[in-house]
Design a protein around this ligand. Structure first.
Ligand code: NAD
Length: 505
């Protein structure tokens, strides 16, 4: 397979000429070169696409859910066939190492499998009625057009988490991907259209407009969010973006799923298996070059093991293979762009002002990629949890603080505005249970003996507070993509009122 983006896109079924323009540049973080320039959709085009998606919803909701699941199954097959090519486009456009690009596509396959099973399990409850000869039940119905906004760092998986569930739930989907990663979105859309063609070739009728792709920047996304026909906005990105989207949606009283910034911590307790902890810390802190919402950003290490663990981490950090993410030996690819590099340097300067001891963080030159931004991931030993540590800097900075009392470490874990992921390494059952209990971590994800990053699709994914409160992916997250109807059926010959009310006419 070639690294040439045009060839890869052609292999995936993208006709780039249909999208060419001058509004948006897709720049590879690998070497800073422009991969393609595209046009952004106009306000009229956004409206037209939403209109198509709405018309598609009106048809799609009548297709039985297991048939809807068949389309998602076929999409999963297309992803399996084209995993290598799509994974490589993710690497070229988002800069993550190929293993992670492929992992992202695997996540899409996994959620398709989950959604196919779900298409036969959109269960409602039956409820005991207080009245004789009555039955109560809940039925789940499709809701309409789901608008998905996604971030650059998971350019395709986040859409799949939403779309696979939305489709089996009977909805249509409009997608505004990150302006930094439009090509991965075009490739994903093309694969979905291949699945639609196969679905329709076997006597089905997936309506035109079921999946619409809206290319553009923030303004384009804002147009989608404002449109009343979009009944659920699922937005993944920064907390700043989430606040803007939430305000618009609150004004028009529509639903949101918000998956926003994280500031994730790990506690390493005295009884921790340090070999496992070192692996868990390293992957969580430096994987995807610190550009995951679940990246480990704050490490609280017990006093008794601090002087053993921290030097080991420094040794590992000093030898991390940093380089072109297409090369097999590379574990640390580039930052997405100069703005990310500048933000990292600013955060490190602030940490120094707050008495932090900075290790690493410098720019690294990679042959042939001089215009890109490669860095050595940074460890920063802090005297305590300072103000700087309350912010998410989307770069590989891990602050480390000593603790002596577990309650102090849990309080620090919870003190920040974000509430996405957290973890503890301990072999002490009491500590582990306390961390996961009502008085423990306040995050949407609380792990024991694994790092905070790298979730599986089977669980509900999301976080509290400034992370937005949304849940996506597994467990019962599908309920957010449907409306619940409560039905009371009277099969008796009289009309008793609830609460025993007498109302004789
Ligand atoms: P970003 O907020 O800059 O952009 C995300 C998306 O929102 C883009 O598609 C952008 O065009 C769009 N957007 C921005 N403002 C908008 C507005 N007012 N109306 C409509 N759309 C708007 O984020 P980013 O830099 O691409 O991604 C990094 C951030 O995303 C980090 O904070 C990271 O933690 C977060 N993130 C969160 C999760 C999660 O599941 N919680 C997952 C991935 C990334």
């Amino acid at each position: 397979m070639d690294n040439n983006i045009t060839q890869l896109l052609t292999e995936l079924g993208v006709k780039l000429t249909d999208y060419q323009g001058q509004d948006i540049a897709s720049i590879s973080p690998i070497d800073g070169k422009t991969l393609a320039t595209l046009r952004a959709e106009s306000t009229e085009q956004v409206k037209a696409k939403i209109a198509l998606a709405h018309a598609a919803f009106l048809q799609w909701r009548e297709v039985p859910a297991p048939r809807r699941g068949e389309l998602v199954r076929l999409f999963g097959e297309e992803l399996r066939i084209h995993k290598q090519a799509l994974g490589k486009v993710v690497t070229l456009e988002a800069g993550k190492i190929l293993q992670e690009g492929l992992g992202e596509v695997q996540e899409m396959i996994d959620i398709c499998d989950f959604a196919v099973g779900l298409s036969r399990q959109l269960y409602g409850l039956t409820i005991a009625s207080e009245r004789p000869g009555h039955r109560m039940m809940e039925v789940w119905h499709p809701i309409g057009v789901v608008g998905v906004i996604s971030a650059f760092n998971f350019p395709v998986a986040v859409w799949a988490w939403n779309a696979a569930l939305a489709f089996v739930c009977g909805n249509s989907v409009t997608w505004k991907p990150s302006e930094k990663t439009p090509l991965t979105a075009l490739a994903t859309h093309a694969l979905f259209m291949k699945a639609v063609a196969r679905f329709n070739a076997t006597g089905n009728d997936a309506p035109e407009g079921l999946a619409e792709l809206i290319i553009g920047g923030r303004d384009t996304g804002a147009h989608m969010v404002e449109d009343k026909r979009v009944v659920l906005v699922s937005a993944t990105g920064s907390t700043r973006m989430g606040r803007q989207v939430a305000e618009v949606c609150a004004k028009r009283l529509t639903r949101t799923i918000l998956e926003l910034g994280g500031n994730n911590a790990m506690i390493v307790a005295p009884s921790a298996d340090l070999e496992m902890a070192v692996r868990g810390i390293t992957f969580s802190a430096v994987g995807t070059t610190g550009q995951r919402c679940t990246t480990l950003r704050r490490l609280f290490v017990h006093d008794s093991i601090y002087d053993t663990l921290v030097p080991r981490l420094k040794k590992i950090y000093a030898g991390l293979p940093i380089g072109n993410p297409l090369e097999k030996s590379t574990l640390i690819g580039p930052l997405v762009d100069q703005a990310a590099f500048d933000a990292m340097q600013t955060a490190l300067a602030v940490a120094k002002q707050e008495q932090g001891l900075v290790f690493g963080g410098e720019r690294v030159s990679v042959a042939g990629c001089e215009a890109a931004y490669y860095v050595r991931p940074s460890l920063v030993e802090m005297p305590s949890q300072t103000a700087a540590m309350h912010h998410e800097t989307f770069a590989p900075i891990m602050y480390i603080v000593r603790y002596s009392d577990l309650q102090q470490a849990i309080d620090w874990n919870n003190e920040v505005p974000q509430g996405l992921s957290s973890s503890i390494f301990t072999t002490d059952m009491r500590e582990a249970e306390r961390f996961m209990s009502d008085i423990g971590s306040d995050c949407g994800i609380a792990n024991v003996n694994i790092g905070p990053s790298g979730a599986e699709i089977g669980g509900a994914f999301g976080g509290e507070k400034d992370t937005g409160g949304g849940r996506e992916s597994g467990s019962d997250a599908w309920k957010a993509y449907m409306r619940r109807s409560t039905n009371t059926v009277n099969y008796s010959n009289s009309l008793p009122l609830a609460q025993g009310i007498s109302f004789d006419i």
